[in-house]
Design a protein around this ligand. Structure first.
Ligand SMILES: [Zn+2]
Ligand SMILES: [Zn+2]
Length: 233
């Protein structure tokens, strides 16, 4: 950990190089992490504005959203859970590279065309938070809050430890998370954004949206780094 921080400190003092191809970055973009060519790896693709899944023509709602609308109004993401984006999420989450949060937020914030009035995040149960030492969604929410100039508030708590969602059926996923979250304070605004690092099935954010909507919030948006469809089984 200390070695990582030291290397980052040294790297910050040196002329900037693209993290992916290692070529020098032009002087006017010294604060950037990627060169112009490699930024193309993170370029947005056409997606349904509502569910965030790939869709031709960027409709406000795709056919699936028209028949089964999600509880949220809009989902903003950087891309699918695949290289090189996924590796930055993993570095933040599993290798404690906190500085990746700011970098990932910089890729997402330009896409948020209609910012919410308040930003919050998916809570971790305190036991998991104690084990990991931090909540990656909270780190991302802090960075996005600064970059988008939206106030940040922690409004959720996790009331019990839940099994990982991967590998569960839709019904099991819903059961696994039912009553797993609580609203700890009532946001006094109409539009709230929930930050999650990766949205796959959407079950977690679905439960959190429901808490906010039941409490009278009019619109909920989702800000995530990766949005990826469920793997077909
Ligand atoms: Zn590059
Ligand atoms: Zn959709």
């Amino acid at each position: 950990m200390l070695a990582q921080i030291f290397h980052k400190y040294i790297a910050d003092l040196l002329p900037s190089h693209c993290e992916l191809c290692l070529l020098p970055i032009q002087a006017q973009a010294q604060s950037a992490s990627f060169c112009h060519a490699c930024l193309a790896y993170f370029a947005p693709i056409e997606r349904c504005q509502r569910c965030g899944l790939p869709c031709v023509g960027e409709p406000e709602q795709c056919g699936q959203c028209l028949t089964h609308p999600p509880l949220w109004q809009r989902l903003y993401c950087v891309g699918d859970y695949q290289a090189p984006l996924a590796s930055y999420v993993q570095r933040l989450k599993y290798q404690r590279q906190f500085w990746q949060a700011d970098k990932l937020a910089k890729l997402l914030s330009p896409q948020v065309t209609e910012p919410a009035e308040l930003i919050t995040y998916v809570p971790l149960h305190w036991q998991r938070c104690a084990r990991r030492g931090f909540n990656q969604s909270e780190r991302l929410a802090h960075a996005l809050s600064k970059q988008l100039a939206i106030p940040l508030a922690n409004v959720f708590s996790r009331t019990r430890v839940t099994r990982p969602q991967q590998g569960l059926t839709r019904t099991q996923r819903l059961d696994n998370l039912s009553d797993a979250f609580a609203l700890t304070s009532l946001p006094n605004v109409n539009r709230v954004a929930i930050v999650d690092d990766v949205v796959t099935t959407g079950t977690t954010v679905h439960h959190l949206c429901k808490l906010l909507l039941d409490a009278g919030v009019k619109n909920v948006d989702i800000y995530c780094i990766c949005r990826t469809p469920e793997p077909s089984s």
